[in-house]
Design a protein around this ligand. Structure first.
Ligand code: HEM
Length: 503
C-alpha cells in the first residue's frame, strides 16, 4: 500500500515537473507529460511547415519540450532567424544518438562539433579548401570537364528514344561529387562506378529518413540497440555510414602511401590535413587534428555537398519545365552573351537574368528548409525570451526565403524580383539566405556559388527541357527529410542548335 502511494506521489511530482517551464521561456504547446510535444510532430507533415504553423499561434520564437527534459525552440521569420544565427551563444550543436552514430560515437567533424574544437577545425578546413581552389576560377576547367561529361550522358540517354526522354534521377550527383572530390581527394569517379553509386545512395537515404525534430530526442543508445525499429523512427541508421567511412579510410591510407617525403605542396585537402596531423603530433599533445577527425571532416564535406547542390540543379530544371517562358528568356540571354560557347565565370556579370533565375529557384524551394540544429551554449536571450542552456533550436530558413513582408508574393516564381529596374544588375535582398548567415553559415557556399551557376547555365544553353508528351508536369513538391530533394523525374531534353564548341 505504502509502495503504491509513494509511486503515485512520484508520478504526480514527475508530471508537475514536466509541465513546468523555466522563467521567461518562449510560449509554446505543452504536449503531454513525459513525452512533451513529441507525439504531435509525427503527422507526416514536413517539420518546417509544422513550425511555421506554430509561429502563427505562438509567435516567431516558440518553445516546447521533446521528451521529459529537452527544451526545443522553433525560430521562424526574418527577425528571429537572423538574430538567432548572429548570436554566438546559439552556435553550438546538439550531441545525440543520430549525430554520434555518424562519427564513431564521438563528437567529430565540422558540421556537428562546437566550441574551440569546431572553431579550429572549421578555420583550418576553410583555409585549405580555399587554397585548393574552392570558390576560385582555378577549378573552372575541371568543373567544365564534368559538365561536358554530364551533357554527353544526357545526350546519349536522349538519343536512345525518339522523344529525347531522359531519366533525371541520380544523374547529377556523380558530377557534383567529382568536383568536390577533386579538391578533397584528388580523384575522379566514373559515372558507372557501382561502388561509388552505392555510397551516394546511402548518403541520400540518410537525408531522406531524417526528421529534424525526432533526430534530436535524447534517446539512450542502449534503447536503440534493444529496439531496432526505434532506429528508423529517430533516423539513426548508422550502418549506412559504414561504406562511406571505409571508402574514406582507404583513400586516406592510399594518400599516406603515395605521398612523397620530399613533396612539400599538398596535392589535395587530405594531404594538407595529414601534414597537419604529423606536425601537431610533435608539438601539441592535446591536438584536435587526428586521423579520425580527418575521416569525419571528409564525411561532412561529402555528405553536406553531394545532396544539396544536386537537388539545387534538379529543382532548377523542374522550375524551368514548369515556366517555359523563363527558360526561353534565360536561353536568349545565354545565346546573346555566350554566342556559340558554353557559359563561363568571366561572363557571369553579363548574365544577370540567368543569375536571377537561380536565386529565385533557391528562394522558392529551400534545399535546407531549416538549418542543422543549433544548441544554446549558455542561457541567452532571443527576441526578449530566455533560451535555457542546452536548448535545441530549429532555425527556419524557409520562413525567411518565403516571408510575405519581404517578398510580397513569395509563392510566385518571379526571377525579376532579384533585378534592378532596367534588369541589368542583381539586387541582393538581405533576406535571401539559402546558405544561412553568421559563423555557422554553409562552408560550401563559395564552391556552390560557382558550380551551381556553371552546371545549370550550361545545361539550359545546351538543351531545351520540357515535360514528357502526354504526361502531367513533374511535381515541384519536395521530398523532405533533413533537406528537400526533388522526386526523380523524366523529362524531354532536346539538344539546341546554338552550340558548336561544346557539341
Ligand atoms: C545548394 C547547396 C547548399 C545549400 C543550400 C547549403 C545550405 C547549408 C545550410 C543552411 C547550412 C546550415 C547553417 C547553420 O547550421 O546555421 C549548411 C551547413 C554546412 N554546409 Fe552547406 N549547403 C550547400 C552546399 C554545401 C556544399 C557544396 C558543402 C561542401 C563542401 C557544404 C558543407 C556544409 C558544411 C560542412 C556545413 C556545416 C558548417 C558548420 O556547422 O560550421 N554545403 N549548409
Amino acid at each position: 500500500m505504502l509502495f503504491e502511494a509513494v509511486s503515485l506521489a512520484v508520478l504526480v511530482l514527475l508530471i508537475i515537473k514536466a509541465s513546468q517551464r523555466p522563467r521567461n521561456f518562449p510560449p509554446g504547446p505543452r504536449g503531454v507529460p513525459i513525452l512533451g510535444y513529441l507525439p504531435f510532430l509525427s503527422n507526416g507533415e514536413p517539420v518546417y511547415r509544422t513550425m511555421k504553423k506554430l509561429a502563427k499561434t505562438y509567435g516567431p520564437v516558440a518553445g516546447f519540450y521533446v521528451g521529459p527534459n529537452q527544451p526545443f525552440i522553433s525560430v521562424v521569420g526574418p527577425q528571429a532567424v537572423k538574430e538567432a544565427l548572429h548570436n554566438d551563444d546559439l552556435n553550438g550543436r546538439p550531441s545525440n544518438s543520430v549525430i554520434l552514430a555518424r562519427t564513431f560515437g564521438e563528437k567529430l567533424g565540422v558540421a556537428f562539433t562546437d566550441g574551440e574544437f569546431w572553431r579550429e577545425q572549421r578555420r583550418f578546413t576553410m583555409r585549405q579548401l580555399r587554397e585548393m581552389g574552392f570558390g576560385k576560377s582555378s577549378i573552372e576547367y575541371q568543373t567544365m570537364e564534368e559538365i561536358r561529361d554530364l551533357i554527353d550522358e544526357i545526350k546519349n540517354q536522349g538519343k536512345s528514344n525518339e522523344d529525347y526522354i531522359v531519366d533525371f534521377k541520380g544523374i547529377f550527383v556523380v558530377s557534383v561529387v567529382n568536383i568536390l572530390w577533386a579538391i578533397v581527394g584528388g580523384e575522379r569517379f566514373q559515372r558507372s562506378d557501382a561502388k561509388f553509386k552505392r555510397l551516394l545512395e546511402d548518403i541520400d537515404l540518410f537525408f531522406r529518413v531524417g526528421n529534424p525534430v525526432r533526430a534530436n530526442v535524447p534517446v539512450p543508445v542502449f534503447l536503440l540497440q534493444m529496439f531496432p525499429r526505434l532506429r528508423s523512427y529517430f533516423g539513426v541508421e548508422s550502418d549506412m555510414f559504414e561504406p562511406l567511412q571505409t571508402f574514406i579510410k582507404e583513400t586516406v591510407e592510399q594518400h599516406e602511401r603515395s605521398r612523397s617525403v620530399e613533396a612539400d605542396i599538398p596535392r589535395d585537402f587530405i594531404d594538407a590535413y595529414l601534414d597537419e596531423v604529423k606536425q601537431q603530433s610533435v608539438k601539441n599533445s592535446s591536438t584536435t587534428f587526428t586521423y579520425k577527425q580527418l575521416v569525419a571532416t571528409v564525411q561532412d564535406l561529402i555528405t553536406g555537398g553531394s545532396e544539396t547542390t544536386t537537388n539545387a540543379i534538379g529543382f532548377t530544371l523542374l522550375y524551368l519545365i514548369h515556366y517555359p517562358q523563363v527558360q526561353r528568356k534565360m536561353q536568349e540571354e545565354l545565346d546573346q552573351v555566350c554566342g556559340t560557347a558554353l557559359p563561363s565565370l568571366a561572363l557571369r556579370a553579363s548574365l544577370p537574368y540567368t543569375d536571377a533565375v537561380l536565386m529565385e529557384v533557391q528562394r522558392m524551394n529551400t534545399i535546407a528548409p531549416v538549418t542543422a540544429p543549433h544548441r544554446a551554449m549558455k542561457d541567452t536571450q532571443l527576441l526578449g525570451y530566455t533560451i535555457p542552456k542546452g536548448s535545441i533550436l530549429s532555425i527556419n530558413i524557409d520562413s525567411v526565403l518565403n516571408d510575405t513582408d519581404t517578398w510580397k508574393d513569395p509563392h510566385c516564381f518571379r526571377p525579376e524580383r532579384h533585378l534592378n529596374v532596367d534588369m541589368t544588375k542583381i539586387v541582393k535582398n538581405e533576406n535571401h539566405i539559402p546558405f544561412g548567415v553568421g559563423k555557422r553559415m554553409c562552408l560550401g557556399e563559395p564552391l556552390t556559388r560557382n558550380s551551381y551557376f556553371l552546371f545549370t547555365s550550361s545545361l539550359v544553353k545546351t538543351f531545351e527541357f520540357s515535360a514528357v508528351p502526354g504526361q502531367p508536369l513533374p511535381t515541384l513538391e519536395p521530398v523532405v527529410g533533413f533537406t528537400s530533394a526533388y522526386d526523380g523525374f523524366k523529362a524531354v531534353a532536346k539538344p539546341r542548335s546554338t552550340l558548336t564548341q561544346a557539341l
